[in-house]
Design a protein around this ligand. Sequence first.
Ligand code: BES
Ligand code: ZN
Length: 462
Amino acid sequence: MENILLFIESNHSQYLSELKELLAIPSVSSQSERKPEMHRTAEWLKNHMTNIGLQNVQILETEGHPVVYADWLGAAGKPTILIYGHYDVQPEDPVDLWKTPPFEATERDGHLYARGAADDKGQIFIHLKALEAFLKNGGTLPANIKIIFEGEEEIGSEHLSKFIADHKDLLKADLIVISDSDFFAKGVPSVTYGLRGISYMEVEVTGPNSDLHSGSFGGSVHNPIQALTEMIASLHDNNGRITVKGMYEDVRLLTKAERAAFKKLPWNDRKYAKSLGLKQLYGEKGFTTLERLWARPTLECNGIWGGYTGEGAKTVLPSKAFAKISMRLVPDQSSAKIAKLFEKHIKAITPKTIDVKVRDLHGGDPVLTPIDSPGVQAAVAALEKGFGKKPLYQRDGGSIPIVVDFKRLLGIDSVLLGFGLPDENAHAPNEFIDLDNFFGGIKTAAHYYNELPQFWKNKKKR
Ligand code: BES
Ligand code: ZN
């Protein structure tokens, strides 16, 4: 291992210049005009993965954006790790709020700024560099490796389930490792064992059959924006609970032990509020912030539009108004069921003055992964070696929809070994990756491949 770690230490600047190339391609999966960029990114990865010595490198088409696959299966008798990650990124807007251009990665104060730096190109690159360190120093890996990098995670991995179902043999593995989550805080490494699910909905309301003069018609017509905002406002009660009927039916309550474990984590509400520029936090009564973030369902309006929003004033009573509303889900909620309950509830609260349409944009189920598995125990050991500190266990509020499908379709558990930080501005302007975590992540990933076989063997003995 010495020579591997030394190799990693001595190649930092090379890693950064390569990662900058990957970050320069605007692989925004949600925008159809960026489709060629998705292919360019897949090609870039394919070339890079070939150059570092991986085998069977191929771009596999799906009904959506392509998947990049590679493997190295020369470690006879050793377990096989399937590394999953995503090369797609969220849109860069609002672009004016970026201090440096989102697709020109820039180093500042120990951070590398660019869209996708942390979520998730920087984190998939951590694995490629760890693998390269082995392949260029002896030419073998301590475990068998398969890799799939997809291009639709940020839009709900819509076509990946079918891809997995169609490629069960190709993807056969002992465990999955995903680096697309966060440390608890800088200097506080963690292993994530739970993620929330999601139901993402769009609501369209229609009032009059045309935009109207707000003077000539105001007073006789229920403004669709008013009607929609009244409906949205009613989706929470005064205790911060969601009012959608049936919302809490399947919510698994936190155990006493888990609540106690959350309370032991180094958390401070006041500091957290301050870091967000808030005078006060908001959330469901009766739960701590971490409980609300990790183990309680929430409902957010992600965007709302309608009427006139251009320069100056225009007096108009609009015909339509829209909102994008997502709900984060926890065990044992099902995103399909919640989507139906939401639609039913919205229809029930729609006033007679307007018509409503509800669309289900995407969904994914919540997940809890076992923490006593050899895959997780190897992650604990690797993090301790890579960052010099024992990691803590945490859940998180974000979603990686495909984790549930890996279990359902392949029967394989995932290990969430993320190297991001909660304040890295993922999905927001000025996203960055912390460079200590990036380089520490490469060392940790190398330790992980090296440690896993031993942990795996011990499991079999038990
Ligand atoms: N990396 C995130 C998920 C995440 C964030 C995990 C924070 C743990 C901590 C991932 O790329 C993401 O953003 N997922 C989307 C999924 C959605 C579009 C279906 C999300 O959570 O919004
Ligand atoms: Zn993301």
